[in-house]
Structure formats: structure tokens, C-alpha cells
Design a binder for this molecule. Sequence first.
Ligand SMILES: [Zn+2]
Length: 248
Amino acid sequence: MKLLNIQAHPDDAECYCGGTIAKYVDKGGEIFYLICTKGNRGTYDRNLDIETLAEIRKKETLEAARVLGVKEVFFLGEEDGFLYPDLKLRGKIMKVIRQVKPDIVMTLDPFLPYEVHPDHRTVGILSAEAVVFAGFPHFYPEHLKNGIEPHFVKEIFFYNTEKPNHFEDITRYIEKKKNACYCHKSQIEMGGIQKKETTENRKSVEELGKEAFDELAIRISEQYGKQIGVKYAEAFKKFRVRAGHLVL
Ligand SMILES: [Zn+2]
């Protein structure tokens, strides 16, 4: 089984589905990442150059991918916080789908109510469109000229979703998920600073940052676990892919 995880930022996959990735690797799956933005505005430090941050985040994400056993990471290098849906970006995403030829694509749920982050909405919707059209040769025919053939994806899994219909028990993989999340040291610092500024807390920035990650990535796994009677789980909205559409 081949799986391509298409994410907006370098830490999305670990937060929302790190346990499932580790589990699928353990079961013999081949996992690939496509990271659309450089994550280069994820800081409160005005003196940190954004291209330096892009390099830091690239290293962090490669380390997290190594912890989880991801086979290869593709980067589109788009600007953090500035993604809006356009057909050129849809083509870039489709090209990687056609290169990797995954059975399953995982991505952010673009239909999550109140999702204000444009990068999350954009990556979710363009990935879904690219998935349902990747098998059609007259979409982006320039790929074919370069030897990149149309491809039929079988299923799409949306994460960070409000109405999950598929759960994965990740109890055995929760430590791996945590370790992969903690690879994103720049984001631990960012989350910690935000928490320190907005609460009366006396803990260190690092402690608060780890707490912020745990709130986002671990506590929700506990809540999903309760729904299916296990300690930790991750949740997805899963569809089968049909010509130009998604079906339950
Ligand atoms: Zn994100």
C-alpha cells in the first residue's frame, strides 16, 4: 500500500495523523509526504529571517519523517500563509500524485467549519480536486509529455475533520507520534511564547510549547480513542474516489 500525505505546513501530518502514519509503516505501507508551504512565517521572532526559518523547518520535518518511517518527502516551497486556490497550484499537486502513484491520499479537510487558515483550506480542496482528476489525461497534459502518466487514486482520507467516519487505533504508536511532534522545535517555541503571552503561566516556554502540542495532537487522540473504546485514536473522513467525484 502506498500513501501520500499532502499537507500545508511541515508539522501538519505529525499533529493530525502521526500515529496512523507510524502504524501504516509498521504494517508494510510506503508513506510519502508532500509539503506545500515552507512554513516560513511560523515565528513571533521579528529578527528571524524567513528563509532561515524555512531551512530550520525543512530540517525539522525531515527529522519527524525519519522518526515515523516516511519513505520520501516532496516540497513545493510555497509561501506560508499566502495559499489561495489556483489552477497552477492544483497542477503542481497533481504532478506529485502522478509521480508517487499512491493508493491513498491523506490531506486536510477543506470543509472543516470555521477553518480560517487559508493554507489548510487551499491544500485540502486542491488536493481533493487533483485526486479526482489525476486519472484524466487531458488535465495537465504537459505531465504526460514528461513521462508522468495519469494515475487512479483509490481513496482519500481527510484529517482535522468534524465528521469522521473512520478511526485508527494508535495506542501502540502514541509515543512515536509525540516524538515526531517534538521534532518541530521551532513550533514548540512559537506555541510556548503564544501561551506565555496569553496566560499567567510561570512555566518555561519549552514546557508550555510542548503542552500546546499535546493539546492539539495528543488530547484529541485521547478523545477519539474514547469514541471507539481504545486509549488513543486518530479520526478521518474517508471517501472512495470515482471519476471526478468522491463517494462514501
Ligand atoms: Zn498547518
